[in-house]
Design a protein around this ligand. Structure first.
Ligand SMILES: Nc1ncnc2c1ncn2[C@@H]1O[C@H](COP(=O)(O)OP(=O)(O)O)[C@@H](O)[C@H]1O
Ligand SMILES: [Mg+2]
Ligand SMILES: [Zn+2]
Length: 469
C-alpha cells in the first residue's frame, strides 16, 4: 500500500468522528434526519479542525442512495452505494470542490452559474464545495448572491473559510452557518493514541500531549508533527528523544536560566544562555521556549494549574522565580519575548538581541509599568495636596508672601527642632525646590512637573554631554 500521510488517512468519515465539533455534528445530523436541507452552508473556523472533512461527509449524506441521511455509507461497507463510493474516490461528477483561493474572479463564478443550470448527472443533489471562500473577489461574491438565494432545485453550496470576517454579510445571511472550534488538547492526544494503537506503536503520554499542545487545536497540524516524530522514533515515541531530535529545551534548563535572571546574576545568565545555544538550540527555539515559560508562570499566577495547559505540573516550575515576580512583571517579560520573536527576522544579530533581553530580565523586578509610574505621580500629587490642607495656619499665612524655594532651610531647621529628621514630603519639597507650607494648586502642579523633569532631565543631560564631546 502506498504511504499516505496520517492526516489524510485519518480523515473523519462520519459526523461522529469529527472530534471537538459535537455541536456542529449534532445540528447537521438533526436537520438531515428531519429532511431540512439548506441551499447553502457556511463552515468557518481555524485551519485543520474539520471543515473540509465535514463538507465531504455532508455531500455524501445528501447524495447517498439511502439519503438524505445522517449516516451515509461507510468506505468499507459491503453495500456501499455508487454515489458514496464516487465521493470517497474523489471522482464524482456532481460534487465539485473548488478552491476559492485560485478561482477568485467573476468569470470563475460565471462558469459555475452556467454549469448549475444542468441537473445532476446521477443522484439527487449537485454539490459545490468552495474552500477558502473569503478569497473570492467582490464581483465574484456579487455574482454568487442571486444564485445562492434561489439556486436551481437540487443544488447545494458548501462554503468553508478560515476568515469569516472577510465573507460579506450579504453572503453570510444567505447561508446556514456553522462555527468549527479549535479541538481541545485532550481530544487531539486521544486521536494520536488511537493512531499509535492502530499502528502497533508505543508512546509516552507526555509525548502525545506535547504534540497535541504544539498543534494548538489543529488536528491536521497534530498529525503532521506526529508523522515527523514517527520518522525518527522507531516505533517508540519518547519525549526525551523528541527533545533531542527537535532541539527542545527541558524545563530544568529554563528554570536554571530564569533563576539566574531572578537573582540578577548577569554573568551566570549569560553563561547559561551561551551553553544552551552551544548545545545546538536555535535562537528562535530558545525565544519561543522562554516566551512559553514566562507565559506559563503568568498562567500559574492566575491560578491555572492544569498540566495539559502548562505542559508540566506546577511543581515543575521554579518556586523562586514564581515568588520573585508579580503578574505585571511576568506580563512584561512575555511582551519582551513576543516582540523579540517578531523582530528576529529583521535583526542583524539575533544573538545580541537575545542577550540584551536576558540582561533586561536580570532587573525585571525593578522595572515599573507606565501605569505604576502614573500611580506614583498621582500619589505624589495627593501627598502634596494633603500637606497643603494639614499645614498649620502660620505656614499658610507665611506662604502668602514667602512661598518660594528660598526658605527651605527654615523648614529643615523646624523639622530638626521637632524630631530630628525630615518627613518624606518635606524632604521631597526640599529636593525639588518647592515652596514650603501653603502652596497653591499651581505650586503642586509645578511639583509634579519637576518630578517629571527629573526623569526627562537625566536623559536630556546625557544627550547634551555626548553632543558636546
Ligand atoms: N475535528 C476533527 N476530528 C478528527 N480529525 C480531524 C478533525 N479536523 C481535522 N482533522 C484531521 O485533519 C485533516 C484535515 O482536516 P480538514 O477537514 O481538511 O480541516 P480544515 O478543512 O478545517 O482545514 C483531516 O484529514 C483529519 O485527519
Ligand atoms: Mg479545508
Ligand atoms: Zn451511500
Amino acid at each position: 500500500m502506498p504511504y499516505e500521510i496520517t492526516a489524510n488517512r485519518r480523515r473523519p468519515k462520519t459526523f461522529d468522528e469529527l472530534a471537538g465539533q459535537e455541536f456542529v455534528a449534532a445540528t447537521l445530523k438533526n436537520s438531515l434526519d428531519m429532511g431540512q436541507i439548506a441551499n447553502a452552508y457556511l463552515f468557518s473556523g481555524p485551519r485543520g479542525c474539520g471543515k473540509t472533512s465535514a463538507a465531504r461527509i455532508l455531500a455524501r449524506a445528501l447524495r447517498c442512495e439511502k439519503g438524505p441521511t445522517s449516516i451515509p455509507c461507510g468506505k468499507n461497507d459491503e453495500t456501499i452505494c455508487p454515489q458514496c463510493r464516487e465521493i470517497f474516490e474523489g471522482n464524482s461528477m456532481d460534487v465539485l470542490e473548488i478552491d476559492g483561493a485560485s478561482n477568485t474572479g467573476v468569470n470563475d463564478v460565471r462558469q459555475i452559474k452556467e454549469e448549475i443550470l444542468f441537473p445532476p448527472g446521477t443522484g439527487r443533489y449537485k454539490i459545490y464545495i468552495i474552500d477558502e471562500v473569503h478569497m473570492l473577489s467582490n464581483n465574484a461574491f456579487n455574482a454568487l448572491l442571486k444564485t445562492i438565494e434561489e439556486p436551481p432545485p437540487n443544488v447545494v453550496f458548501i462554503f468553508a473559510t478560515t476568515e469569516l470576517q472577510k465573507v460579506p454579510a450579504t453572503i453570510r445571511s444567505r447561508c446556514q452557518q456553522f462555527n468549527f472550534r479549535l479541538v481541545p488538547t485532550e481530544k487531539i492526544a486521544a486521536l494520536l493514541l488511537d493512531v499509535c494503537v492502530e499502528m502497533g506503536m508505543h508512546a509516552e503520554e507526555e509525548a502525545l500531549f506535547w504534540i497535541a499542545r504544539e498543534s494548538t487545536g489543529s488536528c491536521r497540524d497534530a498529525y503532521t508533527l506526529f508523522d515527523q516524530v514517527i520518522s525518527f522514533s522507531e516505533g517508540n515515541i519518547r519525549m526525551e528523544l523528541i527533545r533531542e531530535k527537535l532541539g527542545i529545551i527541558g524545563l530544568e534548563k529554563l528554570n536554571e536560566l530564569a533563576e539566574a535572571c531572578a537573582d540578577g546574576d548577569f554573568s551566570l545568565a549569560f553563561r547559561l544562555t551561551d551553553e544552551l545555544l552551544a548545545s545546538g538550540a536555535a535562537i528562535e527555539t530558545l525565544v519561543t521556549n522562554l516566551a512559553n515559560y514566562y507565559h506559563n508562570l503568568l498562567l500559574i499566577k492566575a491560578g491555572i494549574s492544569r498540566e495539559t495547559i502548562l505542559g508540566d505540573s506546577v511543581s515543575g516550575f521554579s518556586k523562586k522565580v514564581l515568588d520573585k515576580y508579580d503578574a505585571v512583571r511576568l506580563e512584561h517579560s512575555c511582551e519582551l519575548f513576543f516582540n523579540l520573536y517578531r523582530d528576529l527576522r529583521y535583526s542583524i544579530s539575533p544573538r545580541f538581541e537575545l542577550e540584551t533581553l536576558v540582561s533586561k530580565l536580570c532587573w525585571l523586578d525593578k522595572w515599573i509599568s507606565p501605569a505604576e509610574l502614573g500611580d506614583t505621580v498621582e500619589g505624589v500629587r495627593n501627598l502634596l495636596n494633603s500637606q497643603e490642607l494639614s499645614s498649620n495656619p502660620a505656614n499658610m499665612a507665611a506662604a502668602g508672601n514667602t512661598g518660594n524655594a528660598g526658605n527651605s532651610g527654615d523648614v529643615g531647621d523646624a523639622a530638626d527642632g521637632e524630631g530630628g529628621s525630615l518627613s518624606f514630603s518635606e524632604e521631597f519639597r526640599r529636593q525639588h525646590m518647592l515652596p514650603q507650607g501653603g502652596v497653591d494648586q499651581g505650586g503642586i502642579d509645578q511639583g509634579v512637573k519637576n518630578v517629571l523633569d527629573v526623569f526627562e532631565g537625566t536623559i536630556i543631560e546625557e544627550n547634551i554631554e555626548e553632543n558636546d564631546e
